[in-house]
Design a protein around this ligand. Structure first.
Ligand code: HEC
Length: 119
């Protein structure tokens, strides 16, 4: 009985810790500075955004017009990528919508403004 209580407390602490740390992450994403003061990491931020939302269709061997899998092909196609995320001058992507949240698009825009670093 006592052991059960200890296990439950450990479980509760772990859950609270996990939900608090994920909350903090959300907050960082939604309050990104539109002036791009913080340097955006390609490997930690931009690549995961593309992998989660685009690479499923834009992978090597897929028949879509762009392959978006690494720093070289993503930075070479940055204008098309940001245009398609806004649905401006390019078809809106992800295909079929909805558009990604502005806070996510802003990360990609900042990374472009900062010189498309491979960081
Ligand atoms: C469900 C599959 C799918 C997903 C997800 C997807 N695309 Fe596409 N994309 C396509 C297809 C198919 C085309 C070619 C037909 C068209 O232009 O709609 C295309 C075309 C494009 C084009 C060219 C559009 C034009 O007007 O010439 C760009 C740029 C692009 N995608 C970027 C992206 C980016 C960036 C993402 C992620 C935010 C993404 N795509 C997500 C399937 C997808």
């Amino acid at each position: 009985m006592k052991n059960n209580k200890i296990l439950i407390s450990i479980f509760l602490c772990a859950s609270i810790f996990i939900s608090l740390s994920s909350c903090r992450k959300d907050k960082v994403q939604s309050t990104i500075d539109p002036n791009c003061i913080d340097t955006v990491s390609f490997s930690q931020v931009v690549l995961p955004i593309i992998q989660q939302n685009c690479t499923g269709c834009h992978d090597i061997g897929n028949s879509t017009p762009y392959t978006l899998t690494n720093h070289t092909n993503i930075s070479n196609n940055a204008t098309a990528i940001i245009g398609s995320m806004h649905g401006q001058s390019y078809n809106l992507m992800p295909q079929g919508g909805p558009a990604l949240p502005d806070s996510i698009i802003q990360f990609v825009q900042c990374w472009i403004n900062q010189g498309k670093l491979n960081n």
